[in-house]
Each structure stands twice: as structure tokens, then as C-alpha cells.
Design a protein around this ligand. Structure first.
Ligand code: BG6
Length: 456
């Protein structure tokens, strides 16, 4: 790999995301030799700090969140960090900050989405050198109208190929492997359709609770935090038509096609579930009720569990339900995409109908399992359940590390495109509206339980 020499500007450089994910990701790149020496990393934020004060903050964050990278690499990134105090929504402050970095930088908006628009407007006023790249964190706006406004300003600022709407799930090994599994093999793709598949479940259950993120999470909730972006991107990769090439243009076009064909839920009580955890014990650890956590506004009714079922109106998928769910403070971590096949047309063996074949794509730890029926060691004329199971070794770069590398290379293949971002809002907006109007009850579930009554 060629080392990149682009400079990196983080707007919101003292925030949780920067300390938890961006700086650790950049450290991995230093460690892997991807980041050339002499690249500037400039953080901009409101705190009135010096470079040295910022470096001290960064050193602590890295000790906490980048323990997997040798200390020498952490020191090397810290030594390159610069800091500039400023208001990211003011053109004058941005101009002064950008004057400190060389060449065409990556500008990363590690900010609350409420300030994306004024920040991008200020950036558009300043302008960026040709070849610059802008990355915007999720959720991309607060609704469809907002996403459209953000896209309009971004397009004034840069060509679409230079815009990176971050979704770190696209950097996860198993999500990338769906491309390999489907499009580098002969055996799966012929079965990958409504003729053979009964339903698809996309599940991201977490044992983690709020983790002190009320400031962000309480105005987002599970639907906007996970199901508007990460889970829909997984749906897009699982359900899209074959791309001509694994590059930004083909992937964006094929993912956009399939998202356009997703039919938003119509019967909200039947097709959606919302829940919020109350006090309980998660794997032996007591957790207070979400509503009592610091910074949570209980009356806002923010959900910590969201689920919905959609159909895809196209030739390949007509009639196959796709069920997406994610929740916090659940009893077990379950991160997987499950494709359930239809039963065999005729069962020649005794012992009743066999279980249908299941393909399970597990995330973190990554793996792929094909659960099938075989003649086992028991009754020779009966079948038993067996699993072809591959555990995938961990990758050198984390999902964020990989995304940052692609970003520095100016490759938007692992980004959400403008159309995809808007289509994703189109799909979830009716759900948000129905939930805001209390058309679907907010079910309470104890922390550590299986969650609310689910349709899965
Ligand atoms: C983030 C969400 O985007 O993804 C978090 O904001 C969630 O709420 C996280 O916990 C899950 O991803 P990972 O990589 O931490 O498993």
C-alpha cells in the first residue's frame, strides 16, 4: 500500500467519536505504515486549548481506546496532532484552521448532526481545494428534508465522489464478505432470491446500555442510530443486484436501486416494534432504567429497541420479508444476518419435515455458517442437522481504521451515496411519524432480557 500524504482535519476534535474511534483508527494506520510521516492531523473544536493540552487529552483517549496498538505508534500520532480553537459554523474560523494544513485535506465532520448544515454552509463559503474530501458522520441529518438540504450544500462544495457519508458497518469484515460470498462464488447467487429464500433477518442486539451517550442518543433512539443507516446498508449489500465492479460508482448504483425498491412498512402495529429498557441485570451487571440515566428526558419516549419488517418490490425479492432489529441492554450480543431458505419440495426421508437450510453471517466475532441437513451417525435413513462453520480471523484494521484508510485514499466505495441516504430516510420516516404519534406502544423490557415481544 502506498502511504498517504493527505492532511486530516477533524471538526469536533474533542468529542466522544474522535477519542473513541477516529484517533484510534488513525493510530492503526500509523502502525500499519499507511499514514506517511509528516501528515498533519488538525483538530478543531470549542475548547480553548493549546496543541499540548490537546495532545494530553488525545494521549489519554488513546490509552483507553487504542490499547490494541503499540504505545510507540500511539506516541507517533500524538506527536503529529495540532489543535485549533474555533467555532466550526463560522467561515472565518474554518478559513483560519484550513490555512494551517497543506494540500487537499480530508475534512471530517465528527459533530452532532444538528450542526452539519451550518458547518457545511460555512465550509462552502470558504471553499475547499480541488481533490479535498469531506466525511460526514451518521445519522445523516434528522429527516429526509434535512438530508436533502445537506446533499445540496455538499454538492455545491464538492463532486459526489469526494463526499464520504460514514457508515462503519461497511468496513466490517462480514459486511465486505457478503460481496465476496455472493459475487466471487458460483454456488450461492443462483439461490439468492425469492424462489429459494423464505425470509431474511438482520439483527444487531447489544448488551451495552447507554454508556453515558445521552446527549446524542436521547435525541436519536435505536431507529435513527442503527436502523436508518447500518442495518439498511446491510440490507442493501445482501439484496442488491451484482455490481459490474467493486468500486464506488457500481456499488452506489446497485445499493441505491435496491433501497428504492424497499417498501416502507404500511401497517405500523403489525410491522414495527419499539421498546425501552427498564432496570435489570445484563450478564450479571445491574443496569438502571434508561429513563433514569443522566441526561435522558424520559417524556421524550426515546426507544432503545427498534424493529421493522419491509418488503422489496423487485423481481428478485417480491414476497420475501426482511426483518431488521436492534436494541440496547439485551441479554446477549447477537449480531447476524440470517437467510432462511424454503423447505425442500418433497421430503423423501422419514422423521417429519427437516429444518430448512439457514445461512448465518455473523459479525464481531465474524463468521459464516451454513446450517444444513445430512445423514449423520445415527439412523442411516434419517437426517441430522450439521453446520459448515467458518470463523474468520480478526483483520488488522478495525472497521474505522479501514474506512479512514479509504477516505485518505479518496475512495468512496465504502460510503453511503446521496441517493442511498435520502432513500433510507424515505423508508424510516413513516415509522418515525407513527411512533411520534404513539400509534405503536413503547414496550418496556427489563435490561438483560430478550427485549420486547418481537416478530422475529
Ligand atoms: C454505532 C452506534 O454507530 O454503532 C452505537 O451509534 C452502536 O449505538 C455501534 O453501539 C455498534 O457498532 P460497534 O462497531 O460498536 O459494534
Amino acid at each position: 500500500t502506498q502511504a498517504t500524504s493527505r492532511s486530516f482535519v477533524i471538526l469536533g476534535g474533542t468529542g466522544d467519536l474522535t477519542g473513541r474511534l477516529l484517533l484510534p483508527g488513525l493510530t492503526e494506520l500509523v502502525d500499519a505504515g499507511v499514514l506517511a510521516d509528516g501528515v498533519d492531523v488538525l483538530a478543531v473544536s470549542q475548547e480553548d486549548w493549546t496543541d499540548d493540552e490537546y495532545r494530553a487529552w488525545a494521549r489519554e483517549r488513546l490509552a483507553e481506546h487504542a490499547g490494541h496498538v503499540p504505545e510507540a505508534s500511539r506516541d507517533r500520532i500524538v506527536a503529529r496532532l495540532g489543535y485549533r480553537h474555533g467555532d466550526v459554523t463560522l467561515a472565518a474560523d474554518l478559513r483560519a484552521a484550513l490555512a494551517r494544513v497543506a494540500g487537499a485535506p480530508v475534512v471530517y465532520l465528527a459533530l452532532p448532526n444538528t450542526v452539519f448544515l451550518p458547518t457545511l454552509e460555512a465550509l462552502a463559503e470558504v471553499g475547499l481545494p480541488e481533490g479535498a474530501v469531506v466525511a460526514v458522520e451518521k445519522p445523516f441529518g434528522r429527516n429526509l428534508a434535512d438530508a436533502r438540504r445537506l446533499n445540496a450544500v455538499l454538492h455545491r462544495l464538492l463532486p459526489e465522489e469526494s463526499v464520504f457519508r460514514t457508515d462503519h458497518f461497511l468496513g466490517m469484515q462480514t459486511v465486505l464478505n457478503i460481496l465476496g460470498l455472493r459475487f466471487a462464488n458460483r454456488v450461492f447467487e443462483p439461490l439468492w432470491n425469492a424462489t429459494h429464500i423464505e425470509r431474511v433477518d438482520i439483527v444487531f442486539d447489544e448488551t451495552l446500555g447507554l454508556e453515558g451517550r445521552a446527549g446524542y442518543y436521547d435525541t436519536a433512539g435505536a431507529l435513527k442510530d442503527m436502523l436508518q443507516n447500518h442495518l439498511l446498508q446491510m440490507l442493501a449489500v445482501v439484496a442488491m443486484e451484482p455490481p459490474a465492479a467493486v468500486d464506488a460508482r457500481s456499488l452506489a448504483a446497485r445499493k441505491a436501486d435496491v433501497l428504492r425498491a424497499v417498501r416502507a412498512p404500511e401497517d405500523m402495529r403489525r410491522d414495527t416494534v419499539r421498546g425501552r429498557y427498564i432496570a435489570g441485570t445484563v450478564q450479571g451487571r445491574p443496569l438502571p432504567a434508561y429513563a433514569t440515566e443522566d441526561g435522558v428526558e424520559p417524556d421524550r419516549g426515546t426507544e432503545t429497541y427498534a424493529e421493522y419488517t419491509v418488503g422489496i418490490d423487485n423481481w428478485r425479492w417480491a414476497g420475501v420479508p426482511f426483518r431488521l432489529r436492534s436494541g440496547k441492554a439485551l441479554g446477549a450480543d447477537r449480531h447476524e444476518i440470517v437467510l432462511r431458505f424454503k423447505p425442500v419440495p418433497h421430503m423423501a426421508f422419514g422423521g417429519g419435515a427437516p429444518e430448512p437450510d439457514v445461512l448465518r453471517l455473523r459479525l464481531d466475532p465474524d463468521g459464516i455458517a451454513l446450517e444444513i441437513n445430512l445423514n449423520g451417525a445415527g439412523d442411516p435413513f434419517d437426517v441430522e442437522r450439521r453446520s459448515l462453520d467458518i470463523a474468520l480471523p480478526p483483520t488488522r484494521l478495525s472497521a474505522y481504521g479501514l474506512l479512514l484508510k479509504e477516505l485518505l485514499d479518496g475512495n468512496a466505495a465504502l460510503s453511503i451515496s446521496d441517493v442511498e441516504a435520502e432513500e433510507s430516510w424515505r423508508i424510516v420516516e413513516p415509522i418515525l411519524a407513527a411512533w411520534a404519534a404513539d400509534e405503536v406502544p413503547l414496550q418496556e423490557y427489563p435490561a438483560g432480557s430478550d427485549g420486547p415481544t418481537s416478530h422475529l
